[in-house]
Design a protein around this ligand. Structure first.
Ligand code: PGA
Length: 227
C-alpha cells in the first residue's frame, strides 16, 4: 500500500489561542492510547512562520503523530533579505515546505525561476518540498518530493475537480515530472474527499479551509486512513 498524505494548509489564518484550541480538540482524538494513524498515513499541518514554534511545542506536549510544514521559504540563504525566512530557520521546526502555491504565484508574482531557487534552498536544508501546480502544463521544478495538483478555480470556491479528471492530471504530472507522489487540493472536505482518495494516482489531499476546523480535519484524517 502506498503512503497517503494529508496536508493542512492554514494559509494566513489563526492566532495563538485558536491554535491552542485546535490542538486540544485534535489531541482528544489522536493522543497516545487513543485513535492511531496508520503507518501508511502522513499528517502535516502548515501554519504561518510565526506559529511554527507553538505548533512544534503543542505536538510535543500532546505527543501527536503530526508533522510540520512551512507555507513558503526564502529563495536565499540567511543574510540581508528583510522579511524573508531562510531554509535553515524553517528546518528548526518543519520537515516540509509548500512551494509555488497558486496564491504565491498570483499575489506575489512568483515565477518558475524563483520557485526553482526556493526548491534548491529547501533541498539544501533537507526539507521535503510539496510543489503546487494548477495543471499538468505547469513546469515542476527539479528536486521536488511531492506535487499538489490544485486547479485555481477550485481553491476556496466550494467547487472541486472530478475525481476522474484529477486522477488523469495526476497521472500526467507523474509521467512528465517523475515525481511519485501527487496530492489533490481545491475545496476538499471530509464529505467529498473519498472521490479523490479512491483514485489510483492520487496519493493524498491538501485541504485549506477544511483543515482550519479540527473536527473536519480529524474526519479527513479518518477518511485517509480508511481508504
Ligand atoms: P481550499 O484551499 O481547500 O480552501 O480550497 C486549498 C489550498 O489552497 O491549498
Amino acid at each position: 500500500m502506498n503512503k497517503k498524505y494529508i496536508v493542512g494548509n492554514w494559509k494566513s489564518n489563526k492566532t495563538e489561542p485558536d491554535i491552542e484550541i485546535w490542538f486540544q480538540i485534535i489531541s482528544d482524538k489522536l493522543a497516545p492510547g487513543k485513535n492511531s494513524i496508520t503507518q501508511e498515513t502522513t499528517v502535516v499541518v502548515c501554519p504561518v512562520y510565526t506559529h511554527l514554534p507553538l505548533v512544534k511545542k503543542l505536538i510535543e506536549k500532546y505527543q501527536l503523530p503530526i508533522h510540520i510544514g512551512a507555507q513558503d521559504i526564502s529563495p536565499f540563504d540567511t543574510g540581508a533579505y528583510t522579511g524573508e525566512v531562510a531554509g535553515v530557520q524553517i528546518a528548526q521546526y518543519a520537515e516540509y515546505v509548500l512551494v509555488g502555491h497558486s496564491e504565491r504565484r498570483k499575489y506575489f508574482h512568483e515565477d518558475d525561476a524563483l520557485l526553482q531557487q526556493k526548491v534548491k534552498q529547501a533541498q539544501f536544508h533537507n526539507l521535503s518540498v510539496i510543489y503546487c501546480v494548477p495543471d499538468d502544463k505547469t513546469a515542476v521544478a527539479t528536486g521536488v518530493n511531492i506535487v499538489a495538483y490544485e486547479p485555481v478555480w477550485a481553491i476556496g470556491t466550494g467547487k472541486t475537480d472530478t475525481g476522474e479528471n484529477a486522477n488523469k492530471v495526476a497521472a500526467s504530472i507523474k509521467k512528465s515530472s517523475k515525481v511519485q507522489t501527487v496530492l489533490y487540493g481545491g475545496s476538499v472536505t471530509d464529505l467529498n474527499c473519498n472521490e479523490f482518495l479512491t483514485q489510483k494516482n492520487i496519493d493524498g489531499l491538501l485541504p485549506g479551509s477544511a483543515s482550519l476546523d479540527a473536527i473536519k480535519f480529524w474526519n479527513l484524517i479518518n477518511n485517509v486512513t480508511s481508504t
